[in-house]
Structures are given as C-alpha cells and as structure tokens.
Design a binder for this molecule. Structure first.
Ligand code: CP3
Length: 348
C-alpha cells in the first residue's frame, strides 16, 4: 500500500514516535486550528469562497493545510476541513457562519427528523480523498493528521441548530428520548467514522477525534449515552494501525472515560495541568497539550514561562506532543506561534 506509515515516510517522525509512546530528541509541536484566520495567507486565499466550499475544493483545502507547516515549521499538518463536512456530504443543509460556527437550516430534534437522515454515500467523500492525497504528496516526512468530530459534539450542533453555550437542547433530548438519541448518535458515528477512515486511507498518518463539547456531561451520562457511540466512530479505523488521539474541552471529569473508547493519546485542555492529567489517566498514556490559548496574547516572557511549565509537567507522561489547550484564536499574531515552535524544539 502506498501509505506514509507503510512505506516509512512518516514512521520515524517525532510526532508519530511520540504518539506511539516514545520520547524523540525534539518534542513535537503543532497547534489545533493552525490553519485558518490567524494567517494572512489564509485570509487571502479564502476571499470570495465560503468556508465549507473551501473544504470541498481539493486544491484549496490542500494549500490551506500546508500553509502553517511552511510558515511555522510545526511537526504535523492537520487536514483543513470541518467536523460538519460529513454531515453536509450526507445531505444535511449546514453552513458555517463566520464568527459563529456551523448553523443548520433545519435542526434535527424529533424522532421523525432523525429517521429522515440518510447515510453518507462513499462517492461523496471524493473531494476529501483528493485533498488528502494532494497534501500528503507535498508533505514528505511531515505527517498529516486526519480528524473528525465525535458523535456527541456533532449531535450537539444538529440538535441545537448551531453553536450553544452548554448543549442544553441536546442534553434534554438525551434524557427525554434515549431511543431517538441513540439512533442519532449512531448516525453521527457512522458518517464521522467514514470521513475519518477516508482521510486515513488517503494517506493521513494519525487520527484525532474531537469531542469539543464533552465538558457539558457528567461521567455517568458520558459513559452511558455517549462513549459507546464514540467507540463506534473509532471502530471505522479497525484494521489500520494509526495512532488515535482524542480531545475535548473541559474534559477533566471525563478524561479517563474518554480514553476508554479506544484512544491511544489524550489531548488535554488548559484547565488541568499535564501532571494531573497523567495521574488521572493512570500514568501510561501519551499526552497532547495544553498551552492556554489566552496566553498567546500575553507578553513573551509570560508565555515563555508558561510553555516551559507545560513541557515540565508533561515530563511525567510517557510521551508528550506540545499543543494548545484548544484552537488558535483568530486574532493571534502568527509570529508568536513560530516562536513557540522554536522554543519547544530548543528544550531538552
Ligand atoms: O487547522 C486546523 O485545526 C484544521 C481545521 C479545522 C477546522 N475546524 C477549520 C475551521 C478543524 C480541526 C476544525 C474542527 C472543528 N470545527 C471543531 C473541533 C475543534 C474545536 O475547535 O473544538 C469544531 C467544534 C468545529 C465547528 C466550527 N467550525 C466552529 C466552532 C467554527 C468557528 C466559527 C468562527 O467563525 O469562529 C468553525 C469554522 C471553522 N472551521 C473555521 C476554520 C478555519 C473558521 C472559518 C473561517 O475562516 O471563516
């Protein structure tokens, strides 16, 4: 198979080694949302093209994916796309409203709405496959991370019809109609799993499942009503040996349970230090994170001390991939990100 993990192109990269539990000489670093509005070259390319159209244009998606790798020298690319792309490709009318996020024309709230959801036809993923193939051909030994949204986070957008503060409507449905909830989450698991699998088959060397809004759940309900569906999404990767990263915001309460869905690496947000995350996970799990995005706009001295502290606290874990605790804020000065990469690479 012509795949970077099989032909060896990315196998010995710092990222893949760390994801597999090793400590390469240089700590790997990349940033969630490294492609996007913090980069002037991204804003230039996006003029006149809607967000989801850019994601579905292979040349554009590939070029945008490569921009932060060229500029910052990060240790990984993450495919430029969005968690709602598989939902859109399955026929749901969704757009991304700038400054807000995904918005649906018709929210999915009843058993009838859920029953009307159609499966994702494999052919629909062609632009994703082409975008990944183009990207991997340019990347050489730098690994590409494929990603997808986890069923709960996707279902939150579908039920709410857009971004929400604490996923109130989604959680109401979860308790009041568990049967409909289960069917909806299985549908989400299947479309998101197919999207993730397509990226891996097309040449991505790692997979990250984002359950961004999982922090609104208790551990008991997460385990009962969400975890089995996240597991189902990851089962789309059955038979392929790629490192699987799982990340959520505000996930301290559910970190251990999230790891249990079959993740190899846990992404940690900024609310708990990595030594504490390591303790909660029992000490054997490679960690990714967790620079507080708020500090990207702080004076360099303050930010540098914080980055060094993050690296120090990550030393308890078997391996560490430096990242932010959530995505790059759009107003970030990109020079600061480049400087963090240089700093992290200089730390021994
Ligand atoms: O560089 C990367 O990290 C890869 C690209 C990426 C995007 N979305 C591009 C994007 C990734 C990994 C995502 C995932 C995503 N999308 C998540 C999970 C990660 C997270 O941030 O928690 C979520 C919850 C979404 C849903 C979504 N899409 C939101 C909340 C927004 C922001 C809306 C806004 O304008 O602030 C989007 C839009 C989006 N996705 C943008 C980008 C670059 C901004 C669109 C633009 O440039 O106009």
């Amino acid at each position: 198979m012509n795949h970077p993990l099989v032909d060896g192109r990315t196998t010995n990269s710092a990222l893949i080694r760390a994801y597999r539990g090793d400590r390469p000489e240089q700590l790997p670093v990349w940033f969630m949302r490294q492609a996007g509005r913090s980069l002037p070259e991204y804003r230039d390319l996006r003029v006149g093209t809607a967000m989801l159209d850019a994601c579905l244009t292979p040349e554009l998606a590939s070029e945008i994916t490569l921009q932060p790798v060229r500029r910052h020298g990060v240790d990984a690319a993450i495919f430029f796309s969005d968690i709602v792309i598989p939902v859109k490709l399955a026929g749901v009318s969704v757009e991304i409203v700038p400054g807000r996020g995904p918005v649906l024309e018709h929210p999915i709230r009843t058993a009838a709405d859920v029953a009307a959801l159609r499966p994702l036809e494999p052919d629909a993923l062609a632009p994703i496959i082409e975008g990944v193939q183009r990207t991997v051909a340019e990347l050489g030994s730098t690994p590409l991370i494929g990603f997808a949204g986890a069923p709960f986070t996707l279902a939150s957008y579908l039920v709410e019809g857009g971004p929400s503060k604490d996923q109130l409507r989604a959680r109401t449905l979860m308790y009041s109609d568990p049967q409909t909830w289960a069917v909806l989450l299985n549908w989400c698991a299947d479309v998101t799993g197919a999207f993730l699998r397509a990226q891996i088959d097309a040449g991505a060397s790692a997979a990250q499942l984002f359950d961004s809004w999982v922090g609104s759940l208790s551990e008991v309900n997460y385990l009962k009503r969400v975890a089995p569906h996240s597991k189902r999404a990851l089962s789309a990767l059955r038979g392929v040996d790629v490192p699987k990263v799982h990340f959520g915001v505000g996930s301290g309460e559910v970190l251990h349970a999230m790891h249990g869905i079959g993740a190899d690496v846990m992404g940690v947000d900024w609310r708990i230090p990595l030594d504490e995350a390591n303790r909660r996970l029992g000490g054997g799990v490679p960690l990714q994170g967790n620079i507080d995005p708020a500090l990207l706009s702080a004076p360099w001295k303050v930010l540098e001390a914080h980055v060094r502290d993050v690296v120090d606290r990550g030393r308890d874990a078997p391996a560490h991939v430096v990242n932010l605790g959530h995505g790059v804020p759009p107003e970030t000065d990109p020079a600061v990100l480049t400087r963090i990469v240089e700093l992290v690479h200089s730390i021994r």
